[in-house]
Design a protein around this ligand. Structure first.
Ligand code: CTP
Ligand code: MG
Length: 229
């Protein structure tokens, strides 16, 4: 399938606290967003990349990906992740059959993962990277003490990329109102709400999200050495 990829990179990275947008923070020698742009550009199915960046940060974003990927458009993002997806979606060419949405905060994305998602897309309107929850889950009470152990059977952690048949993703966003764009945390959740079946696809490789400084150190190690392709 001919695919476009959206990289959402418009967040500020408050929890990382690096003093610059998280997507631009260096990881193993490259701006974080460049790892995702590279992997998507190296994926044979992906013919177009659109990036949502912090408003006013277009030139800095372009500089961060130059030499790593041909980018179709860099657009100002919105005040929530899903508003940033909506802004980027407008710039995606009409003729693609598939659209992937990916967080710049997940620099361990690989062409193998992208191809694995797109390969399952013809028979399903949506396929997302996700991993079964491995930890035993506890629900905390107000005091910070354990209130209950939660059965983890059947629970998965949703990741990105999230891949959609193009008309499915466009339809979901055409139907969404401002409140949903402010509150939803991923595209799959918006699709599920409309009855779209969403397949889970285990990357079988680390695909961590960089949120904190500890995550950043781990990503440095994984990207700098021993990377699983
Ligand atoms: N994102 C975005 N537009 C926003 C908010 C987030 O494009 N208004 C993107 C981020 O750039 C990131 C992804 O959505 O690639 C996931 O968000 P998160 O990890 O929360 O990143 P930040 O919002 O930048 O971090 P924080 O919440 O710590 O400020
Ligand atoms: Mg955030």
């Amino acid at each position: 399938m001919r695919a476009a990829a959206i990289i959402v990179a418009a967040g500020s990275g408050d929890r990382l606290g690096a003093g610059l947008p998280k997507a631009l923070v260096p990881v193993a020698g490259l701006p974080m967003v460049a790892w995702s742009a590279r992997a998507l550009a190296a994926s044979p199915e992906v013919e177009c990349i659109v990036i949502a960046c912090p408003p006013g940060g277009e030139a800095a974003m372009a500089a961060a990906v130059t030499g790593h990927a041909e980018v179709h458009a860099i657009v100002p993002g919105g005040s929530s992740r899903q508003r940033s997806v909506a802004a980027a979606l407008v710039a995606v060419p009409e003729d693609v059959e598939a659209i992937l949405v990916h967080d710049a905060a997940r620099p361990l994305i690989t062409p193998r993962l992208v191809s694995g998602l797109i390969a399952r897309l013809p028979s399903s309107p949506a396929v997302i990277a996700a991993a079964p929850v491995a930890d035993t889950l506890k629900r905390a009470g107000d005091s910070g003490a354990v209130e209950a152990t939660v059965d983890r059977a059947g629970l998965w952690g949703a990741q990105t990329p999230q891949a959609f048949q193009a008309q499915t993703l466009r339809g979901v966003f055409a139907d969404a109102d401002d409140a949903e764009l402010d509150s939803a945390t991923d595209c799959a959740g918006m699709a599920e709400r409309r009855g779209v079946p969403v397949l889970l696809h285990d990357p079988d490789a680390p695909n961590l999200k960089v949120t904190t400084q500890a995550d950043l150190r781990l990503a440095e190690v994984l990207l700098g050495t021993g990377r699983i392709a």
